[in-house]
Design a protein around this ligand. Structure first.
Ligand code: SF4
Length: 97
């Protein structure tokens, strides 16, 4: 499990520090700081998951990991310009103002 903390969202309620104080110590103003690199060992994942779920402003996020054997993400494709909706063909696609 890997997490990140968005300190711009943190409102300093301190709930994360209560659940996982070793990962979310509070600074002098009561805002959480992520201790370490965000990698959470398996033994501590329950406490960190609880902190993540209880954070009222969702400042703690779990980062997903891509593994080498995962399927590649779908590639972006160019839009079909013949089917593009514009003002000149709005009568065809039913747009009304
Ligand atoms: S629970 Fe959320 S809002 Fe509260 S201190 Fe932790 S990160 Fe900040």
């Amino acid at each position: 499990m890997r997490v990140k903390l968005d300190r711009t969202l943190c409102d300093g309620f301190g709930i994360c520090a209560k659940h996982a104080p070793q990962y979310f110590p509070l600074d002098d103003w009561g805002y959480a700081v992520l201790a370490g690199d965000g990698n959470i060992p398996i033994d501590d994942q329950d406490a960190v998951q609880r902190a993540l779920m209880d954070c009222p402003v969702h400042a703690i996020m779990e980062l997903s990991e891509r593994r080498p054997d995962d399927a590649p993400p779908p590639s972006m494709t160019e839009p079909d310009l013949d089917d593009l909706k514009t003002e000149s063909n709005e009568a065809e696609w039913g747009f009304t103002r």
